[in-house]
Design a protein around this ligand. Structure first.
Ligand code: CA2
Length: 146
């Protein structure tokens, strides 16, 4: 069975505890549990991780092709700044789908620039926890298309 990797960046471990008006009440553990069953139903294994550290995310992306067929990635604040993460995503031969809970284009101007996204296959933004599910669905479709 193929495995998929879900990565979340800085402070997303706090999801559901602060700023619910922007990010909702769902916790990251809730999202991970939902993605697990969605992946299982589609015939995939899924592993989900969160890190506050750019270098750790770079390491996980670089190591991913050895174990995973694709990545769903919310780079959080690094989305707007990280050339290192963009290059990590571009360097691996597996597809990455970028996801955001909020609609970054309806927020502050500094969030409109998505540095990592240019290396992703596509971006889902603005659907709350559903963005992760929609991103996983897109990733599975990409993998099935070969
Ligand atoms: O909308 C998203 O998913 C973001 O990636 C979330 C990032 C933000 O910097 C991006 O512009 C858009 C922030 C994640 C911080 O997560 C928190 C969760 C709960 C409370 C406070 C922060």
């Amino acid at each position: 069975m193929q495995s998929l990797l879900v990565l979340s960046g800085p402070s997303l471990n706090l999801l559901g505890t602060r700023e619910p008006e922007i990010y909702g009440h769902t916790t990251l553990s809730d999202i991970h549990a939902r993605l697990q069953s969605q992946a299982r139903a589609a015939g995939y294994d899924l592993e989900a991780r969160q890190s506050n550290h750019e270098g750790e995310l770079v390491d996980w992306i670089g190591e991913a092709p050895a174990r995973f067929a694709g990545i769903v990635f919310n780079p959080a604040a690094f989305s707007h700044t990280s050339v290192a993460l963009r290059e990590a995503v571009a360097a691996v031969p597996i597809p990455t789908v970028e996801v955001h809970l909020s609609n970054v284009f309806a927020r502050e101007e500094f969030r409109h620039r998505l540095v990592v996204a240019a290396a992703a296959r596509g971006v889902v933004s603005g659907f709350g926890a559903d963005s992760y599910s929609l991103g996983l669905d897109a990733l599975i479709k990409i993998l099935r298309q070969g």
